[in-house]
Design a protein around this ligand. Structure first.
Ligand code: ADP
Length: 330
């Protein structure tokens, strides 16, 4: 980049700078570097070095702490859920209606804790770079079909019309298919959750501006303009009575945003309160030279093209809406 600035000063765009992190001995240093021009002539660079060791260590401790707490919490939740299920099945004899009510509340809240712990684990894996992530040729049409099939029962239960408007013969994208399923499932779960019976949820996929645009549109409660910028923040949940009446962690969209950005994509929302919301995310289309691979063999011959940090088992997608809906805490 510096060579480019020196050789071709006109290539410099105002505000552009180099941002790097270097390790010097046991210190971590952040470097910001910008070119200095005199008229059209490149005369050198100005650099700012900042020791960020303490910040990096504090951040690492925070991520490790969340990861440790989530793991520790998961262990006792499993037997709580298991025993609650056994008791509800009558393994220790019939219960009175009151006992059954209490047991149902225990199970419902243990389910909520499982959801929270699973979302926290996902976030901590993303933040620590330990998330299994494998980019490969991925067919969005198949994923849309599978995710929608998985949510049809929920949609029927909620009296929602759930359908696809994915375009025919879409090109493959470069993505991790498990993560695309996770992103889309989160968005469809939200759309079903925040749309009143009789409404509609539509998933579209189309190519636009050289990228794949995947959209989840609903006719639900919508999101007021003043909080649209906050819905991707961690733990944010709207004040709306429907949102408050269903369990949720406020972490789903933060995870969606991180996963989309790991694919070098973008995600945004357009919404009108009382009319509905449209969430869109983009994915890069498979480069043309890689398409040849696809033409050479059937889909079964998909090639893994790139892989990053693969040290942990896959994270759990946000549970399908049935597990989240119709539940309220006591
Ligand atoms: P959760 O669903 O667990 O609350 P999310 O991070 O998935 O957390 O969503 C954050 C908030 O964004 C929700 O609590 C809700 O207020 C709002 N939201 C998300 N999706 C929709 C939607 N399709 N329609 C209306 N509001 C939504």
């Amino acid at each position: 980049m510096i060579r480019e600035w020196a050789a071709n000063p006109r290539s410099y765009r105002p505000g552009e700078f180099l941002d790097a992190r270097v390790t010097i001995g046991d210190r971590i240093v952040s470097v910001h570097l910008a070119p200095v021009f005199m008229g059209e002539e490149f005369v050198g660079t100005v650099s700012v070095f900042r020791d960020i060791t303490a910040e990096v260590e504090a951040e690492r401790s925070r991520v490790e702490f969340i990861s440790m707490v989530s793991h520790e919490l998961r262990t006792p939740i499993t037997p709580i859920l298991g025993y609650a299920d056994l008791l509800l099945m009558g393994a220790a004899g019939e219960q009175t209606p009151v006992e059954r009510d209490f047991l149902t509340a225990i199970k419902r809240n243990a389910d909520r804790l499982t959801l929270l712990v699973s979302d926290l684990l996902d976030l901590s894996r993303i933040e620590s770079g330990r998330l299994e992530f494998s980019l490969q040729e991925t067919h969005v049409d198949e994923i849309v079909g599978n995710v929608l099939a998985g949510f049809q029962a929920t949609a029927r239960e909620r009296r929602l019309l759930l359908r696809s408007e994915a375009e025919a013969s879409l090109p493959p994208v470069m993505a991790d298919p498990n993560r695309v399923v996770q992103i889309l499932s989160n968005l469809v779960a939200n759309a079903c959750q925040y749309t009143l019976p009789g409404g509609e949820v539509v998933v579209c996929a189309r190519v636009e501006g050289g990228e794949m645009h995947i959209t989840v549109r609903d006719t639900g409660i919508g999101i007021p303009p003043e909080i649209q910028g906050k819905v991707f923040d961690r733990f944010f949940r709207a004040d709306h009575p429907l949102v408050q009446s269903v369990p949720g962690t406020g972490l789903g969209l933060a995870i969606v945003k991180s996963l989309v950005e790991m694919h070098r994509g973008r995600v945004w929302v357009e919404s009108e309160p009382g009319t509905g919301s449209t969430f869109t995310f983009t994915l890069p289309i498979l480069p043309v030279d890689q398409m040849a691979l696809r033409q050479r063999g059937p889909r079964a011959g998909r090639k893994r093209l790139e892989a990053r940090a693969q040290t942990v088992p896959p994270t759990h997608p946000k549970p399908a809406a049935p597990a989240r809906m119709g539940q309220e805490s006591r």
